[in-house]
Design a protein around this ligand. Structure first.
Ligand SMILES: Cc1ncc(COP(=O)(O)O)c(C=O)c1O
Length: 379
């Protein structure tokens, strides 16, 4: 698909790590940057509040949320740090997560746990999973009377697994446990409706599957939970002399982080429009079919196995190369240096996976090249 700026000689099967920005979206991003630089003070001090409010309102609508409950943040790592470090959590309390969580977010909680004295509990979810109910049951084994917060991915990074987060949030609510959902991989890959998920806190990237420019993420906090979290970065948003003269303390606290380039945030509405126009159900289904073909074909190769059944993956899939006993860095280099295939090689619980992503620009030819490469690598 010519809309993307990706180098044509690379077989790019790693949309999952950082996304990729289509040309019309990237051009809009550059227009915002130019507008800023032509009169920085007018733009940042006078025009920004209104255009940012519009962008926030559009992303909130896209995600089924209220504009007063969403702030733009650079990324989910930032939002996870806000919750880990600024939510009152202390000795005797536990944060429960799965053993599939993203490293940087896990570290944010482990770091805060060392500082504040709470405990991080990682509950195993064994692969392959069988059903949503069995995932919820396995996860719930980790709940104790001390569980104060659940932190869980909507789609996991290392294992490309879609977790039943609405079910978990509903059960947590009944038990009086707060929930934070890490939706880094969700919007743009699957339909997201935050009202239906019902989490207390939710974060996502706009730069991965929504295809917005890098450094655009959202942090959603239900209105009745906003009083619980202090700002991670204290600046103008906290004091009495407000920069943006806004009424809403939540927006003040969490969105103005000091001088920065908000162009990526302001481009999110264009990315949403692009998604609506280009990423139709057919295009998304085609991408999912390519992932399924890749996983099915790879698992025919001796020494390579499939990890999940279809319903648990979307535009990312997992291929298990553990039995080949290849050192992950060597495998990664071989894929890229010999075959020009960009795909992450992931070590998870003593296993070695290749994670593949498919998007509008992915072709059958790309998948065939991957399978050919895996056949040669498997010997
Ligand atoms: C599940 C998950 N959570 C969080 C993140 C962090 O994203 P960022 O680096 O944009 O903060 C990632 C990044 O790949 C991820 O896969």
């Amino acid at each position: 698909m010519s809309d993307f700026l990706l180098e044509p000689d690379v077989i790019f099967l790693n949309h999952g790590s950082f996304g990729a920005c289509p040309r019309p979206v990237f051009e809009e991003y550059q227009r915002w940057q130019t507008r800023l630089e032509r009169q920085p003070v007018r733009f940042l001090a006078r025009e920004l509040p209104e255009v940012l409010a519009n962008a926030r309102s559009e992303v909130a609508h896209y995600l089924g949320a209220q504009p007063t409950e969403v702030v733009f943040v650079p990324n989910p790592t930032f939002a996870a740090n806000t919750i880990a470090r600024c939510l009152p959590l202390g000795p005797g309390e536990e944060v429960l997560m799965t053993d599939h969580e993203y490293g940087a977010c896990r570290f944010a909680f482990q770091f805060a746990a060392q500082q504040k004295g709470f405990r991080v509990v990682e509950q195993p979810i064994r692969l392959p999973v069988e059903s949503n109910d069995s995932i919820v049951e396995a996860f719930w084994q980790g709940v104790t009377p001390n569980t104060k917060l659940i932190f869980i991915s909507q789609i996991t990074s290392a294992t490309a697994l879609t977790l039943p987060v609405a079910q978990i949030c509903a059960r947590a609510r009944e038990a009086g446990i707060l929930t934070m959902i890490d939706g880094a991989h969700a919007p743009g890959q699957i339909d997201v409706n935050l009202a239906e998920i019902g989490a207390d806190f939710y974060t996502a990237t706009c730069h991965k599957w929504m295809c917005a420019p890098k450094g655009s993420g959202i942090f959603h906090v239900r209105e009745d939970r906003q009083h619980l979290i202090e700002p991670l970065v204290v600046g103008w948003g906290w004091g009495k002399e407000k920069t943006f003269h806004r009424e809403n303390e939540f927006l003040e606290y969490h969105e103005w982080l000091g001088t920065h380039d908000p162009s990526a945030f302001l481009t999110v509405p264009t990315a949403i429009a692009w998604q609506r126009e280009q990423m139709t159900l057919e295009v998304r289904q085609r991408a999912r079919d390519l992932v399924r073909t890749a996983v099915d074909s790879a698992s025919q190769i001796d020494g390579i196995e499939r990890v999940h059944a279809d319903p648990f993956f979307c535009q990312m899939g997992l291929i298990d190369l553990t039995a080949l006993q290849i050192e992950p860095d060597a495998l990664k280099s071989r894929l890229y240096d010999t075959y020009k295939i960009e795909a992450p090689v992931i070590r998870w619980q003593e296993r070695t996976f290749v994670r593949i992503s498919a998007h509008a620009y992915t072709t059958q030819q790309h998948i065939e090249s991957l399978i050919l490469a895996l056949r040669e690598i498997a010997g």
